[in-house]
Ligand binder design. Structure first.
Ligand code: ADP
Length: 250
């Protein structure tokens, strides 16, 4: 229960889905959580859920595509909790489904800006702080779409492959600096993103159902985040961990 006792944490995209489940699971494991999202209302809801359960949380809201915000988020965490020990970079957006030939440049730019550059900006700010103290752990949300192609969503898949590359590269760079960095690759997970996808394309649900024949609950993804950020995973770094009901096993 106390795998993250008194660790000062950041979770981006913590206003819904995987990010909210991760923030709650981290708080239940003893972390003090800086809940971050571009949507202030949903971030405050997550803070309230954590506080109602007896946990410690504050909110710091903004856009992960802005370097200034990534730095401010780290500074706010240190001001609130005295340190930055662990981070889950999870903020993300979906792209409109379309084959490459029909896809829009603006959609490509947005998905890359939030899902890839946003992770890089946040991770950069976090590593600058963690390397001063010579310790820390980071999980970046990639996707099974960061391990295999996603027909109809090439930009999303490219951004998520990019997150895997960022995570592996930084893990090697900081392997002797006490900072572990892993990419988490969730399969289909019940979230705002999958709700919207299946509302728009109901036929997709059966086509992309994994061998387990069900979607993940966000809590099942969050449990792996807690594990990767805890000292139990002290020798795990530079990995892309799939939590996907065997979707990438076939
Ligand atoms: P998932 O459960 O897969 O993480 P969601 O769509 O439920 O998917 O959650 C993604 C979260 O990321 C949302 O709460 C959303 O508000 C947040 N988000 C999207 N874009 C940004 C951004 N530019 N900066 C910060 N947070 C963002």
């Amino acid at each position: 229960m106390d795998a993250l006792a008194n660790k000062a944490a950041i979770v981006t995209g913590a206003g819904s889905g995987i990010g909210r489940a991760s923030a709650c699971a981290m708080a239940r494991s003893g972390a003090h959580v800086m809940v971050s999202d571009i949507d202030e209302w949903s971030a405050m809801e997550t803070v309230q859920i954590i506080r109602d359960a007896g946990g410690i949380a504050q909110a710091c809201c903004g856009d992960v595509t802005q370097a200034e915000f990534a730095e401010r988020l780290v500074a706010a965490t240190i001001a609130a909790f005295g340190a930055l020990d662990i981070a889950h970079n999870n903020a993300g957006v979906e792209a409109a489904m379309a084959p490459v030939g029909d896809a829009l440049e603006a959609d490509f730019d947005r998905v890359i800006a939030v899902n890839l550059k946003g992770v890089w900006l946040c991770m950069r700010a976090q590593i600058r702080q963690m390397s001063v103290r010579g310790k820390g752990a980071i999980v970046n949300t990639a996707s099974v779409g960061g391990l295999v192609g996603v027909p109809g969503n090439a930009a999303y898949s490219a951004a998520k492959h990019g997150v895997v590359g960022l995570s592996k590269s930084a893990a090697v760079e900081y392997a002797t600096a006490g900072i572990r960095i892993n990419a988490l690759c969730p399969g289909l997970t019940r979230s705002g993103m999958t709700d919207r996808l299946f509302a728009a394309r109901p036929e997709l649900k059966q086509q992309i159902m994994p061998p387990m024949q069900r979607l993940a609950d966000p809590a099942e993804i969050a449990a792996t985040v807690v594990f990767l950020l805890s000292d139990v995973a002290s020798y795990m770094t530079g990995q892309a961990i799939a939590v996907d009901g065997a979707a990438t096993a076939i």
